[in-house]
Design a protein around this ligand. Structure first.
Ligand code: AMP
Length: 358
């Protein structure tokens, strides 16, 4: 048996709210967490140990990895050198391949489409010399996205004509980018899959996701996705997880086009627990956080079934000031991340509002 016994320590690279909720879930199983973060606070406030340092400090990362039993991460932009340094001393789950693929939109789309899975039409735009070919491939309306470090709608610019491509590229500081065709979707869904060391996979019910200002606003289950298309969606996520030899929770964001020959188009993958899975904390026996910990600790996976209908609403910026009212709501669970300043666009917490299972 290779399962980590209670009392073992899980190293988490990244100190944000996802690391915080992973640490809380691990604690319930008698496992300790050691956070590696470049800033104090956040996950460090609830973990057994923390190391504060830059991710580029490979000696520090190596010492951190040597002090834990397994290393995982809670954000996809962990530098590959840091993941490699950790892997030299401890198992890293999910493996660095998932990081490499998810960190670069061009790699990501190339990898997913090579599996025969639909993605938005795309073309690389690494310099202005690529404009003509990209426009010929994609057409004149699309979204230019930086290959790296984009999130919550940041690092992307819509274009409505060929003439808008050059200014869009300038607006992105001419960073290597991808031009994507617009997908005329009806709505967005995501699949949360958890994959064990053994290769066993389990799926949570698929939420419908809405966004506000490019940031996830709500995730609701059940979604109206028809059963046959839900099966297709989980098949897609399972195939991506298997191709990455993935261990842990993987989020796969998809566009849904009910009448298209290929009704599900993958937007992007998140090699970590995902915001659209926060509802599992209160509507499932075992949350995405606990299942990620179980997977990386090589425990049996927990049930992913759902006992209630639920809408998760993110508390962004000043929304969290109404914490008292949320706490007073019947059938709601409020989760706050302990962040000091409610800056605009900052994820401060979320509320899960439960309803009787339909
Ligand atoms: P992303 O940062 O790639 O997740 O994009 C943020 C949001 O922009 C998505 O959730 C969609 O609502 C929208 N979006 C991104 N790419 C496309 C696309 N190719 N077609 C239509 N909408 C898109």
């Amino acid at each position: 048996m290779t399962a980590l016994a209670p009392g073992s320590t899980i190293g988490i690279m990244g100190g944000g709210q996802l690391g915080r909720m992973l640490s809380l879930a691990a604690a319930q199983l008698g496992l300790k967490c050691h956070i590696y973060s470049d800033v104090p606070g956040g996950a460090c406030d609830v973990a057994a140990a923390s190391t504060i340092g830059p991710y580029e400090d490979v000696d520090k990362v190596r010492a951190f990895a040597a002090s834990v039993d397994v290393v995982t991460y809670e954000f996809e932009n962990v530098p590959l050198q840091a993941a490699a340094a950790a892997e030299a001393v401890a198992p890293v789950r999910p493996g660095p391949k998932a990081l490499a693929v998810a960190q670069d939109r061009l790699e990501e789309k190339t990898f997913i489409s090579a599996l025969g899975i639909p993605v938005a039409p795309f073309a690389a735009v690494d310099s202005s010399s690529a404009f003509e070919t990209a426009l010929a491939t994609i057409g004149h309306a699309g979204i230019l996205k930086t290959r790296r470090l984009g999130y919550d709608g940041k690092g992307q610019v819509r274009i409505r004509s060929a003439a808008e491509l050059a200014p869009a590229f300038d607006a992105l500081q001419r960073a290597p980018s991808v031009l994507e065709g617009l997908v005329p979707f009806a709505y967005e869904v995501s699949v949360l899959v958890v994959r064990a060391v053994s290769g066993e996979v389990r799926f949570y019910d698929i939420p419908l996701n809405t966004h506000k200002d490019g940031i996830l606003d709500t995730s609701t289950v059940p979604s109206p996705l028809p059963a046959a298309h839900a099966t297709r969606a989980t098949d897609i996520a399972g195939a991506i997880a298997a191709a990455l030899d993935y261990v842990g929770v993987l989020g796969v964001e998809m566009f849904y086009l009910p009448d298209a020959p290929e009704p599900l188009v993958v937007n992007e993958i998140a090699p970590r627990v995902h915001n659209s899975g926060h509802w599992t904390m209160d509507a499932c026996l075992v949350s995405q956080f606990e299942n990620h910990i179980r997977a990386v600790a090589d425990w049996p996976l927990g049930p992913t079934g759902r006992h209630a209908d639920v809408t998760m609403t993110n508390l962004i910026g000043d929304d969290a000031a109404r914490w008292h009212a949320f706490a007073a709501e019947p059938n709601a669970a409020v989760h706050l991340y302990g962040k000091p300043e409610p800056r605009p666009g900052r994820k401060m917490g979320h509320v899960n509002r439960l309803r009787k299972r339909s």
